[in-house]
Design a protein around this ligand. Structure first.
Ligand SMILES: Nc1nc2c(c(=O)[nH]1)N(C=O)[C@@H](CNc1ccc(C(=O)N[C@@H](CCC(=O)O)C(=O)O)cc1)CN2
Ligand SMILES: Nc1ncnc2c1ncn2[C@@H]1O[C@H](COP(=O)(O)OP(=O)(O)OP(=O)(O)O)[C@@H](O)[C@H]1O
Length: 212
C-alpha cells in the first residue's frame, strides 16, 4: 500500500475505478466490440494452438453486459476437442464451481443474470480438476498484472483454492490470462496484497506476457 493509504482508501479507489471503467466500456460501439472481441479470440486461439501438446482444457467466462465476447473462442474449443470449462457463482460463500460445457443449451441465467452452466445439465468437474489455462474477465487491467473485477472477489477466492489444489496434486498453477479490450488497460489499477495478478493479457491487439 502506498504512503498513508489504508485499506478503506484502496476500497474507495477500487469503487471509483470500477464505476468509471464499467461506464466507459458500456459506451463502446457494439460493432467495435464485436470486431475487437473476434480479434482477441483469434489471439487466444493462436496461443492455444501453439500449445496444443500441453493444453487439453481451458476455463472461460460467458460474456455479460459489454464484456469482451468469448463465444468464438468457446466454439473453437468445442470444434477442436478441447474441454471448455465454465464457472458457476455460488453467492452464499462467493465461491465458483467448475463445469464442463458442451453446448450453449447447457447454460441458464444464474446469479447476477450471467449465463452459467445449468447444474441439471452440465457435468461438474471433480475436486482435483485444474484447467490447463484460465481466461479471466475484468473491468480494468494494467500491464503489471493488476486486474479489477465486479468486486465479488470470486476470481481471487478461486485462485486461492487453485493454489491449494495445485500444491495437493503437485501440479504448477496454470496460466492466468486477462481478456479485455485495449481501452480497459490503465496505467495502474488499485490492488490489494491478496489480489491475484494476471500473468498475461490478451486484447484486440494481441497477447502480452506480464514480466514482473
Ligand atoms: N462473465 C463473467 N462472469 C463472471 C464474472 C465476470 O466478471 N464476468 N465474475 C467475476 O468475478 C463473477 C461474477 N461476479 C459479479 C459480481 C457482482 C456483480 C454485480 O452485478 N454487482 C453489482 C453491484 C453489487 C453491489 O455492489 O453490491 C453491480 O455491478 O451492479 C456481477 C458479477 C463470476 N462470473
Ligand atoms: N482470497 C480471498 N479470500 C477471501 N476474501 C477475499 C479474497 N480475495 C478477495 N476477497 C474479498 O472479496 C472482496 C472483493 O474483492 P476484490 O475487490 O478484489 O474483487 P474483484 O477482483 O474486483 O472481484 P471478482 O474477482 O469477483 O471479479 C473484498 O472484500 C476482498 O477482501
Amino acid at each position: 500500500m502506498a504512503n498513508g493509504e489504508d485499506a478503506a482508501g484502496i476500497l474507495g479507489q477500487k469503487k471509483a475505478v470500477r464505476t468509471a471503467a464499467a461506464a466507459s466500456r458500456s459506451i463502446l460501439p457494439e460493432e467495435l466490440r464485436t470486431q475487437w472481441s473476434s480479434q482477441a479470440c483469434r489471439s487466444a486461439i493462436d496461443w492455444l494452438s501453439q500449445l496444443s501438446d500441453t493444453i487439453a482444457s481451458f476455463m472461460i467466462y460467458v460474456p455479460f453486459r459489454s464484456e469482451l465476447d468469448t463465444r468464438e473462442l468457446i466454439e473453437w474449443g468445442w470444434q477442436t476437442g478441447l474441454s471448455v470449462i465454465v464457472p458457476r457463482c455460488e453467492p452464499s460463500d462467493r465461491s465458483m464451481e467448475l463445469y464442463l460445457l458442451k453446448s450453449w443449451e447447457e447454460l441458464a441465467p444464474g446469479a447476477y443474470g450471467i449465463l452459467e452452466p445449468d447444474v441439471s445439465q452440465a457435468e461438474r468437474c471433480g475436486p482435483d480438476f485444474i484447467p490447463d489455462a484460465i481466461f479471466v474477465p475484468g473491468l480494468a487491467f494494467d500491464l503489471q498484472g493488476g486486474r479489477l473485477g465486479y468486486g465479488g472477489g470470486y476470481y481471487d477466492r478461486y485462485r486461492e483454492q487453485l493454489t491449494e489444489q495445485a500444491l495437493r496434486v503437485g501440479k504448477p498453477l496454470p496460466p492466468w490470462i486477462g481478456l479485455g479490450f485495449e481501452s480497459q488497460l490503465q496505467e495502474e489499477v488499485p490492488m490489494e496484497v491478496l489480489d491475484a495478478r494476471i500473468g498475461a493479457m490478451i486484447t484486440e491487439q494481441g497477447m502480452r506476457i506480464i514480466n514482473r
